[in-house]
Write a protein that binds this ligand. Structure first.
Ligand SMILES: Nc1ncnc2c1ncn2[C@@H]1O[C@H](COP(=O)(O)OP(=O)(O)OP(=O)(O)O)[C@@H](O)[C@H]1O
Ligand SMILES: [Mg+2]
Length: 463
């Protein structure tokens, strides 16, 4: 059977024509030994093929028997997907990864905590090079490598990765909007690091970015491309979720954060083009409730949803506040931020009126969280207590106990980069992960977010 890369005009043709119809059979994988669109925890693999027939299939820390195959659109540059493949292979302990956009085929081999390129050819050469590919990842040769005996696939329960996201259903999913109409007060910083802290505590977190600045999308490592043509977020972001009632559900849009945190978190990305669509969405009444509806459909998959919002009273902020059960208002407690609080309160009033119309309880204000607070001791002794009182007394809003101090490490960890070949890519980290990498200046800040996470859980009655 011949393979011609010209057959592959999009990602699904790369999947069907190159992988399913050509490579898998040529490599000896029968339909019972490969699986498409496999979810392992929050990782989603295009294809996972096993040398041995394993049903139900499980991956063990000691059984690097399988191959992950990832198909990309022919216009995608494979360089942009190497980091993600490395994450898949190393975190799932899979021996080999094939990465292709139809025009180019690469095979990577896992070694300890990294991967190395062991084979590369163009789509046109695939037939001529088939033997080489078979030697590396053919089912028979993987079996012969005897990396593990079939009997050893009887593995302990603890070591199993469950191949389905399981509903644990201990408590119902809670949604929190992080909002203030004042810009630059730390909404995004709070959203991403609170998400990271909650995830570290074992909660299943979904982070939704509904701000066209896409700062949360960036901060969670999803903007790893350098050129517009490699932008894989443009056609799959929060706009698409809100735009359609019939398609584009959360599992279709969601991404996993990239090298951002341990464990990584699920993210609904945003995009700069959101701004263009606002008017169009605003004209269709049903778009106001789409996020509510689509979140309801994943209520068994997540414990906590955090929504990072734009610094304005716009349609996207409205959508977020309609969807949320709780509201956290980050504020630097300075006069401008304070003077924005009556606007926030009026906005909440309007939102609650709409919520009542659709049979939803009023949004619960969890509180103002003091953020970007100076660590100057005189300030903390004299000014800060007064500022805190103002929130309660003048603005009549609850104040959270946790305080997020002004720490330069918070912008430092968000601005990390990594060099791959000749290109430098953004490689942002949560402050929680940054602290784990023994960056001592991060530990204080990480602890402050962990305290905030505890308070959030306690206020929702789920700690
Ligand atoms: N606690 C903090 N300590 C030090 N720097 C901070 C802190 N919080 C935020 N920053 C910095 O302040 C800037 C604005 O923060 P951030 O983006 O989180 O605010 P925002 O409210 O989300 O802004 P916008 O309204 O534009 O969405 C960023 O450069 C960020 O790194
Ligand atoms: Mg922001």
């Amino acid at each position: 059977m011949l393979f011609n890369p010209e057959f592959c005009r999009n990602e699904s043709e790369v999947e069907s024509k190159l992988i399913v119809q050509y490579l898998l059979p040529q490599l000896g994988y029968t339909p019972d030994t490969w699986h498409q669109e496999v979810a392992v925890g929050s990782i989603r693999l295009d294809f996972l093929a096993f040398a041995a027939q394993v049903l139900p299939f499980v991956l063990d820390a000691n059984s690097p028997l399988s191959v992950v195959m990832e198909a990309k659109h022919p216009k995608q540059n494979l360089n942009n997907h190497v980091l993600r493949l490395r994450h898949y292979l190393t975190s799932l302990n899979v021996g080999y990864g094939l990465l292709t956009n139809g025009r180019e085929i690469r095979i990577y081999e896992k070694s300890e905590s990294d991967i190395k390129l062991v084979f590369q050819c163009s789509g046109k050469e695939v037939e001529a090079k088939l033997e080489e590919i078979q030697d590396l990842i053919g089912r028979d040769s993987l079996k012969q490598k005897q990396l593990i005996d079939k009997s050893e696939i009887q593995i302990s329960q603890e070591k199993q990765f469950n191949l389905h996201i399981q509903a644990q259903g201990k408590f119902s999913m809670k949604t929190i909007a992080i909002y203030h109409n004042k810009g630059g007060v730390g909404k995004t910083t709070v959203a991403v690091n609170l998400a990271a802290a909650l995830s570290k505590k074992g909660r299943r977190v979904l982070l939704v970015d509904i701000d066209s600045q896409a700062n949360t999308t960036f901060a969670t490592g999803l903007i790893k491309f350098q050129f517009e043509e490699d932008d894989d977020l443009k056609d799959k972001n929060i706009y698409h979720l809100i735009e359609s009632g019939e398609f584009n559900y959360i599992p279709d849009i969601v991404r996993q954060s990239q090298y951002f945190n341990n464990p990584e978190i699920d993210v609904i990305p945003s995009h700069i083009t959101l701004i263009e669509y606002q008017e169009k969405l605003n004209k269709i009444a049903s778009t106001r409730r789409r996020l509510v509806k689509k979140l309801n459909m994943v209520e068994n998959h997540y414990d906590i949803v955090l929504i990072d919002t734009p610094p304005s009273r716009d349609y996207y902020a409205e959508i977020a506040l309609i969807a949320a059960d709780y509201l956290i208002i980050p504020s630097d407690l300075k006069p401008f931020a304070n003077q924005g609080l009556p606007t926030v309160k009026n906005f909440i009033k309007d939102i609650n009126e709409y919520r009542e119309d659709i049979g939803k309880m009023p949004i619960k204000i969890m509180g103002v969280v003091a953020s970007k607070i100076s660590t100057n001791s005189k300030f903390l002794q004299y000014t800060f207590p007064k500022q805190r009182n103002v929130i309660k007394e003048r603005y009549n809003l609850p104040l959270m106990e946790a305080v997020i101090y002004d720490r330069t490490v918070l912008s430092e960890c968000m601005n990390q980069t990594i060099t791959v070949g000749e290109l430098e890519y953004p490689d942002p980290k949560s402050v929680i992960k940054y602290a784990e990498q023994s960056k001592s200046n991060a530990q204080q800040s990480a602890m402050e977010f962990e305290i905030l996470a505890d308070e959030v859980l306690q206020k929702m009655g789920i700690n």
